[in-house]
Design a protein around this ligand. Sequence first.
Ligand SMILES: CCCC/C=C/CC(=O)SCCNC(=O)CCNC(=O)[C@H](O)C(C)(C)COP(=O)(O)OP(=O)(O)OC[C@H]1O[C@@H](n2cnc3c(N)ncnc32)[C@H](O)[C@@H]1OP(=O)(O)O
Length: 238
Amino acid sequence: MSLQNPPVNSLSLEFLTDICISVEKLEMDKTCRGLIITSSLPKVFSAGLDIMEMYGKSPERCGEFWRAVQEMWLKLYGSNMVTIAAINGSSPAGGCLMSMTCDYRIMADNPRYSIGLNETQLGIVAPFWFKDTMTNTVGHRTTELSLQLGQMYNPAEALKIGLVDQLVPEDQVSHYSHTNHDQVTTPDRSKSMMRKPTIDKLTSKREADIQNFVSFITKDSIQKSIGMYLEMLKKRKR
Ligand SMILES: CCCC/C=C/CC(=O)SCCNC(=O)CCNC(=O)[C@H](O)C(C)(C)COP(=O)(O)OP(=O)(O)OC[C@H]1O[C@@H](n2cnc3c(N)ncnc32)[C@H](O)[C@@H]1OP(=O)(O)O
């Protein structure tokens, strides 16, 4: 599955819905042995959630958006397929989350790329299931530090903390993803055993999590922080 939502593969409601439909189709296809997620765009795997979906939108729309974010995570983290993230560019926040849902992460060894949960930099707090997914990937202490600082890691740092499993030359990300994928057959029951408690936690609190998101994101102070972050993104470009 090659992500293609220019300019930066930000995860809008529409794009998340497309991703979920694609994953669902693959999941039902008996001939499909697994899934490699990568990006069709240069330099960016995914810029994470579409910030415009969280800025100046109605509570109803925010709720609909958040349900789609949850759905994408539930489908990918709970997938019965072998999943590999072929991270061929930067992958902040929701992009990092999407990578962490996969069984194995291969990243392009380009020091200009970065990956991490940077929510703190936007003045927002990563939801518990973002935190849980990272804890399951890199452990409690690294997650604590990482979330507090909104830390982004270059590929070498990401490999060191276990956020990615393998670094490869930029032009060989696809090759190595397929090679690794061929070595794995279907996931055994250990995958669901390891992930079930984390998945059950969100499933049982899904509606409350949506309510929390909507009341948090529509606060004036949070809208102000997001507005300032958007300004910063645009200024950085000039
Ligand atoms: C309880 C609340 C929990 C909420 C959880 C949120 C999780 C999230 O995922 S929040 C999103 C966090 N994402 C980021 O902070 C990423 C910001 N973007 C970047 O760092 C860079 O854009 C990039 C490294 C991904 C790519 O850099 P590059 O130089 O190639 O492109 P830019 O010139 O910066 O961007 C092009 C264009 O795209 C706009 N844009 C970038 N990221 C987003 C985004 N996440 N959502 C919407 N739009 C985005 C950027 O402003 C530029 O727009 P203009 O061309 O109009 O200026």
